[in-house]
Design a protein. Structure first.
Length: 127
């Protein structure tokens, strides 16, 4: 079993002063033994802040970790190039649903468009 830990979980608000992304990354990897770290936007389907993703990647480098960093929200056809170039992978849901609505069924057309874009980005970056 692998553990993926979400930093600043979407919809959550810390009770006390919030920790930096770097401190949360270290806690998830060192104390919680996370096998991967997820960086999400504020809510389902909302794009992850580039700054938060960059902070998580910097924390990984600074801590000499090999822990993969995943995009947890906001990954779609329009954002694949930028986000996949930085992250190790993504959790994608809403972008693949009909009309981009979480309660709708998965759209085969959206999945095909998304994966076509992913394959192009991988070919360009040898990823």
């Amino acid at each position: 079993m692998k553990i993926l830990a979400d930093l600043d979980v979407k919809y959550a608000t810390p009770i006390s002063s919030s920790k930096s992304i770097a401190a949360e990354f270290d806690d998830c990897v060192d104390r919680a033994h996370a096998d991967g770290v997820i960086v999400s936007g504020a809510a389902t389907g909302q794009r992850v802040a580039t700054e938060a993703l960059d902070e998580a990647l910097a924390a990984r480098t600074a801590g000499r970790y090999s822990t993969p960093v995943f995009v947890g929200s906001g990954m779609g056809v329009e954002t694949v190039s930028e986000l996949l170039a930085a992250a190790d992978g993504a959790i994608v849901g809403t972008a693949l649903k009909e009309a981009g609505q979480t309660t709708n069924p998965v759209s085969t057309e959206r999945v095909e468009q998304f994966m076509d874009r992913v394959e192009r980005v991988r070919a360009e970056t040898n990823n």
